[in-house]
Design a protein around this ligand. Structure first.
Ligand code: GAP
Length: 491
């Protein structure tokens, strides 16, 4: 990451805190590493992103329904899913600083440094070799790479490394108050992904909602991972939220559905008006323990191109594993006729395509894409500046600011009437304090797309000044057109 990129990232983090979007968790006790709280505007923005995803999945696709499963699940779930045995990352410790690193992150950071120094070819071949070693779980090869390239620890500055070891990322806790001879009896895990809550409910949902294959089950909710390298604000957290959808298909059709969801999900991102050039696909070389085919949708964050969403072809791995461990059939009866045999497809364990996006990561994407420190060139030749969030209107925490020019002459009463007319349909904000320019700037900083000023002319002709956040243009329009104008922009 260049110094300039780092400065922008730090400025976004500071802005998020100053304007009530994101606070470090339990900050009065100096915070908790990689855990964050969302403030008044942050929680609105986060909810709006979640709602936009939920609507696009469950309302706009007739064959997708939602659920809300518990965070705690029977511990055998995680044995069956492979997380107890396989959900780990290769780690390496620096013997001098005692700092632990994820091996891929250590090598990627070194490759970033090479890029900045203009050695892009060397960086690319290093990353290609790393992918190869990771895919083969060749830890000796990876260690050799770190040694030969003299990759150092950012704290101690030395290359004094331990061997590479696997480290499981699941948090454990104890269930119930009954003591047991075997402490393992009471162990439950905090779910590391929401997906398993969908898999174990596959038949409940299919039967009660009378779903026919192909169909999907969507869910949003918290997930927990004991991330080792967790110092990139809300990009990598220990407690975070996922928005996942498992799409159940007939075996043999998974290739076409994988392609469909890969394209469909990128379209969803672009529907928010974000520049297409800031996105790219990254096809996985090293596949997760459940995946047959997988890719990431990556976004160009201020910290570089990084994963925001994963599309995974999970085959029948999860349902078959749950069938094995629970001894309960996880099959679907497909009554459609197979044209090749002339008979129904019959019973089978469906294949699954998964779309999985981190809500907090999407929040960071929206925030960093929206953030601008703008220099304004005025008509008289002077300059001014403002910090503005160009948030998509439909996601903005506040849609409309209602601002009476003065606190008297009946202007607040007119403003309150407008507030009352609009607040049932979208989030509004009322303010009388300070000069109007100052009030506009505060709304720019939290990304409010529309400000309406009620002045003395309003009393004469029922018109108001609407001010647009991005262009800062102002125009006079009838007061009774405001609600429809805002609704039109946010739908
Ligand atoms: N069910 C599949 C699954 O969990 P994943 O690639 O491990 O796949 C999916 O995670 C998404 O969850 C990622 O693309 C990312 O957006 C988000 N995510 C994963 N770990 C995260 C973390 N520690 N902090 C914030 N978001 C995370």
């Amino acid at each position: 990451m260049s110094i300039q990129q780092d400065n922008i990232f730090q400025a976004i983090i500071a802005h998020a805190k100053e304007y009530g979007f994101v606070f470090p968790s339990s900050e009065i006790y100096d915070g908790l590493s990689a855990v964050y709280d969302y403030g008044p505007y942050g929680s609105e923005l986060k909810k709006n992103i979640r709602d936009y995803w939920w609507k696009s999945m469950t309302q706009m696709h007739e064959n997708i329904v939602g659920i809300d499963a518990a965070i705690f699940m029977h511990p055998t779930t995680w044995k069956a899913s492979g997380h107890v045995d396989n959900f780990s990352d290769p780690m390496i410790d620096n013997k001098d600083s005692k700092k632990r690193y994820r091996v891929d992150h250590l090598i990627e950071a070194f490759a970033d440094e090479l890029q900045t120094k203009g050695e892009a070819d060397k960086a690319d071949s290093l990353l290609a070799l790393m992918d190869k070693f990771l895919a083969a779980e060749d830890f000796v090869g990876l260690k050799k790479m770190i040694d030969e390239n003299k990759i150092t620890c950012s704290i101690s500055g030395t290359c004094n490394w331990t061997d590479i070891r696997q480290f499981n990322l699941m948090f454990k806790t104890e269930f119930g108050a009954v003591a047991s001879d075997n402490p393992d009896d009471n162990i439950v895990y905090l779910r590391p992904e929401t997906a398993q809550g969908i898999f174990v409910n596959f038949l409940n949902v299919q039967k009660t909602a009378r779903m026919k294959i192909p169909f999907g089950i969507a869910q949003t909710g918290k997930a927990f991972r004991n991330e080792i390298v967790a110092r990139q604000f809300i990009f990598r957290m220990r407690e975070f939220e996922q928005m996942e959808m498992q799409f159940f298909v007939r075996p043999g059709t998974e290739g076409e559905w994988y392609k469909f969801w890969k394209e469909e999900r990128l379209k969803w991102h672009l529907s928010l008006g974000i520049n297409e050039n800031k996105y790219r696909y990254h096809n996985h070389v090293k596949l997760a323990h459940y995946a047959k085919e997988a890719c990431d949708i990556e976004f160009e964050f201020p910290i570089g191109f990084k994963e925001v969403e994963g599309i995974h072809s999970r085959s029948d791995f999860d349902l078959t594993q749950h069938q094995l461990y629970s001894k309960k059939k996880q099959q679907y009866f497909d009554a459609d006729v197979n044209p090749e045999t002339g008979k129904p497809y019959g019973n089978y364990v469906p294949y699954v395509i998964e779309t999985s996006i981190g809500l907090d990561r999407m929040f960071l994407l929206i925030l960093s894409n929206a953030y601008e420190e703008e220099t304004i060139h005025k008509e008289d030749g002077t300059t001014d500046s403002r910090t503005v969030l160009h948030l998509p209107s439909k996601l903005a925490p506040i849609k409309l600011a209602v601002l009476p020019l003065t606190k008297k002459d009946g202007l607040p009463e007119i403003a309150r009437t407008l507030m009352n007319e609009c607040k049932n349909s979208f989030k509004c904000f009322y303010e009388e304090k300070d000069a109007i320019g100052k009030r506009y700037r505060r709304m720019d900083a939290i990304g409010t797309p529309f400000c309406v000023t009620i002045d003395h002319q309003t009393k004469e002709d029922n018109t108001v000044t609407i001010r647009y956040r991005d262009s800062m243009k102002q125009e006079r329009i009838p007061l009774d057109k405001i609600k429809a104008l805002v609704l039109n922009e946010i739908m």
